[in-house]
Design a protein around this ligand. Sequence first.
Ligand SMILES: Cc1cc2nc3c(=O)[nH]c(=O)nc-3n(C[C@H](O)[C@H](O)[C@H](O)COP(=O)(O)OP(=O)(O)OC[C@H]3O[C@@H](n4cnc5c(N)ncnc54)[C@H](O)[C@@H]3O)c2cc1C
Length: 314
Amino acid sequence: MTAYADARESVLRDDDRASLAVLLGERARFDEPVAPHTSWKVGGPADALLALETADELAAVLRLVQRRALPWLVLGSGSNVLVGDGGIRGIVVRLGGEFARIAVTREGTTVVVTAGASSSLPLVVTQAASAGADGIDALAGIPGSVGGALRMNAGTDRETGEFVRDVWVQTPTKPEPHPVTPQYFYRHTTLAQDAVVARATLAFPYAEPALVRQRTQARLVRRKQSQPLQYPNAGSCFRNPPGARAGALIEAAGAKGWREGGAEVSELHANFIVNRAQASAADIAGLLARIRRAVAETSGIELELEVHFVGVFV
Ligand SMILES: Cc1cc2nc3c(=O)[nH]c(=O)nc-3n(C[C@H](O)[C@H](O)[C@H](O)COP(=O)(O)OP(=O)(O)OC[C@H]3O[C@@H](n4cnc5c(N)ncnc54)[C@H](O)[C@@H]3O)c2cc1C
């Protein structure tokens, strides 16, 4: 996906807007706020926000961005992104329709889950747990889409990539769906930057469904107790550095409860920043910078962001 220009002006020409409107009708929205599509509920307008329902529509948009060299990105459920207050220049793609399909089957002692990129990870977890997918509990309570989980290699003590059997993507240079074999690391993968995950198949050993559901439920209960889920947030903001927990380092730096505008470092979980009152992206970015400085001063460790910054920060 292309790096974003720092421009405030739309990079779309009238003919780009016209061809998107012809292709997608009402599902192409222009100068559309992105905030409602993020879990933090912050971020300015995108030049174009496209709701795509088929692989053919995605292929057509990828051809357009390639031909016109337009900046673009794919947004999943927006639970791991900070969108700048200046919005996003270029095209933001959101998937739905056929990308939301989930199928769970049994192959002998293996539970196989095929899920489109926009399908909800929590829904996949519920369905897979009911089918006895052993290990799926590790993904319980992680919001977002399957595409986002693949891109981020989302997880806890076990990660999405461990369960992947195959992944299909579409790219500007190869817009038809095709399989790839990325490698998975802690919160990142070798998936090409310009690859849009279209769907994935996950495989799990079979276990007694009642047991898997019970483990899944226990994880959800633990999250409710330890995470400030009543306020808009994006989960953990920083990655855990090797051998340490970012939350503990932030707490030791005395940052719990710090505020910038409407953003606050959670009292419950120091690696979460919550949107307490119409926070701006600048509030959250300011708080993240303050935390990094404080942790570097108190522990000598430079924290790395887990959340992805996108768009124009003003
Ligand atoms: C309350 C809470 C708890 C959380 N707990 C965890 C946790 O325990 N573990 C964990 O790992 N994360 C956790 N997260 C973070 C987040 O939920 C995950 O990173 C999630 O996988 C992001 O999915 P998404 O669909 O929201 O992606 P987005 O936030 O929309 O996007 C994230 C990145 O993925 C890219 N992307 C999205 N869809 C696609 C696609 N189809 N193809 C290619 N790239 C794509 C985007 O361009 C962006 O760069 C938590 C977040 C919240 C709010």
